[in-house]
Design a protein around this ligand. Structure first.
Ligand SMILES: C[S@@+](CC[C@H](N)C(=O)[O-])C[C@H]1O[C@@H](n2cnc3c(N)ncnc32)[C@H](O)[C@@H]1O
Length: 188
């Protein structure tokens, strides 16, 4: 398959030839991508353990405190935000597979706290904060934890902060592959 047309599920089926996989998504939002991806992975006969990191219902107030004191900002870089609680997203995903753990909070802090569980992760999908500092922290944290052979995908690589970070990563000599939907991935 042409790599540029590979979806997240295509990347997994191409590179992970084993029945049990651990998947982590940083930036779950309403769980739409997770729902779609998990359904496809179940169809492809994978047994999946899923970790999802997000601010969930705190996303609006987080932005207010963090970036715009005095101005209410209920958006994230990717667009207008309609937050959904972690428990609502959990119920939605739990219908697909039993092994779902959602971690609410700033991924820059929560991902390192879950390092012990994530050390077995096969597939990291980075789609959280789109500003340079957030995505850089996500990358540094994930890269520290990821085992050899695990896959790390960046979403929205056209966004300025993510483009800058992925360019920097490539300049260190790490090879990234373009995939479908403004994504790039690497294999550790
Ligand atoms: C583009 S959306 C994710 C969309 C989701 N991956 C999908 O495709 O359905 C980005 C998400 O990142 C979350 N986010 C932004 N900064 C974050 C941070 N520092 N820690 C955790 N989540 C964060 C936002 O709350 C938002 O839900």
């Amino acid at each position: 398959m042409n790599k540029k047309s590979m979806t997240l599920v295509n990347i997994i089926t191409e590179h992970l030839k084993k029945p049990r996989i651990v998947v982590a998504e940083i930036g779950v939002y309403q769980g739409d991508n997770a729902e779609f991806m998990l359904r496809q992975l179940v169809k492809a006969k994978y047994k999946v353990t899923f970790y999802g990191f997000d601010l969930f219902e705190d996303a609006g107030s987080y932005n207010l405190k963090k970036t715009n004191p005095g101005v209410y900002d209920d958006t994230v870089a990717a667009g207008k935000i309609h937050t959904m609680s972690a428990s609502t997203v959990h119920s939605k995903l739990k219908r697909i597979i039993p092994s779902i753990l959602l971690i609410k909070g700033d991924a820059n802090k929560t991902v390192p706290k879950f390092a012990d569980k994530l050390k077995d992760c096969d597939f990291f999908y980075i789609d959280g904060g789109h500003d340079y500092n957030s995505v850089k922290n996500d990358w540094v944290n994930v890269n520290k934890i990821a085992k050899i052979g695990s896959i790390i995908v960046f979403d929205d690589v056209h966004a300025p902060g993510i483009k800058r970070l992925t360019n920097e990563v490539e300049h260190t000599g790490i090879k990234m592959t373009k995939a479908f939907g403004s994504r790039k991935y690497l294999i550790k």
